[in-house]
Design a protein around this ligand. Structure first.
Ligand code: UDP
Length: 255
């Protein structure tokens, strides 16, 4: 299947429905082809502008799903209606598919009690789910190679990494060097939600596209992150949309 994408501040975002995105990943799984799934949001884009490594991850990921409301808005400003694909829901649906096809799943990230509770809860939610490897996300850099080797030895089909961005995306790049046929996704704080340690935003906030606002109210330490990236992101996407829609051109024509 050929990718249909649109650029947001220089990065490709895949334009497809939730179901088509799931089918695309499943097709890869069945063929034992590897891929990196990035759930893109304004924060990752701003980080990528500062980090060559992350910039390269975004440019080489096989699937970039529009996670944040900011991305949905950026596309809307270009006249593109694209449904949001929340990474947490997308990853869960893929776990469900893995349980159905009996594909082994691995989980890395979050605190020890969180990863253990997440593993237990997923196994009771999805009958027959094979979690072949799990590990908390607190390890030193010099342990990375050993962990990646341990992970590879368990032959997972699908690996979820919850170390927060951009740490998880960069860790995935390292994993892929020795596991080219595995599907990877970075899932940020999803394990905390699945373990019941962090609450998902109520439906009202989800419908209003304001999960980020709920998370900020609950975790005020996030304010700094949002205030550092969101206004600049919005300003840049508005300028990008105006340039692409040719408003500057038509104004100069009027003179
Ligand atoms: N985390 C980790 N190792 C680290 C730093 C963070 O496992 O060295 C985990 C942390 O416990 C949390 C997740 O990574 O479960 C990051 O969650 P956050 O909500 O900050 O990520 P976001 O969704 O904003 O990318």
């Amino acid at each position: 299947m050929e990718r249909i994408t649109s650029k947001v501040l220089g990065y490709d975002v895949d334009l497809l429905s939730f179901d088509d995105a799931i089918n695309l990943v499943l097709e890869k799984m069945h063929k034992s082809e590897g891929m990196q799934i990035v759930t893109i949001n304004p924060e990752i884009i701003e980080m990528a502008k500062q980090s060559k490594m992350l910039d390269s991850v975004l440019n080489n990921a096989e699937l970039v799903v529009p996670d944040g409301s900011g991305i949905e808005l950026a596309l809307k400003l270009k006249g593109i209606q694209q449904e949001r694909i929340p990474g947490i829901d997308f990853a869960k649906e893929l776990i469900n598919s893995c349980a159905m096809f009996q594909y082994p799943v691995a989980l890395i990230g979050a605190k020890e009690d969180v990863i253990q509770t997440t593993t237990r809860r997923l196994q009771s939610e999805f009958q027959g789910l094979n979690i072949c490897y799990n590990r908390n996300g607190y390890f030193s850099n010099n342990k990375e190679d050993e962990i990646i080797q341990e992970l590879a030895n368990t032959n997972p089909k699908f690996v979820l990494i919850a170390l927060g961005a951009p740490k998880q995306e960069i860790f995935i790049t390292k994993c892929r060097k020795i596991m080219p046929n595995t599907i990877f996704i970075g899932v940020g704080g999803s394990f905390d939600v699945w373990a019941g340690v962090v609450e998902r935003a109520p439906e009202f906030f989800q419908i209003m596209r304001a999960e980020w606002l709920y998370r900020t109210i609950k975790q005020p330490e996030r304010i700094k992150r949002i205030y550092k990236t969101l206004p600049m992101f919005l300003f840049k996407v508005i300028i990008e949309a105006i340039k692409e829609n040719g408003l500057f051109v038509s104004k100069s024509k009027e003179k």
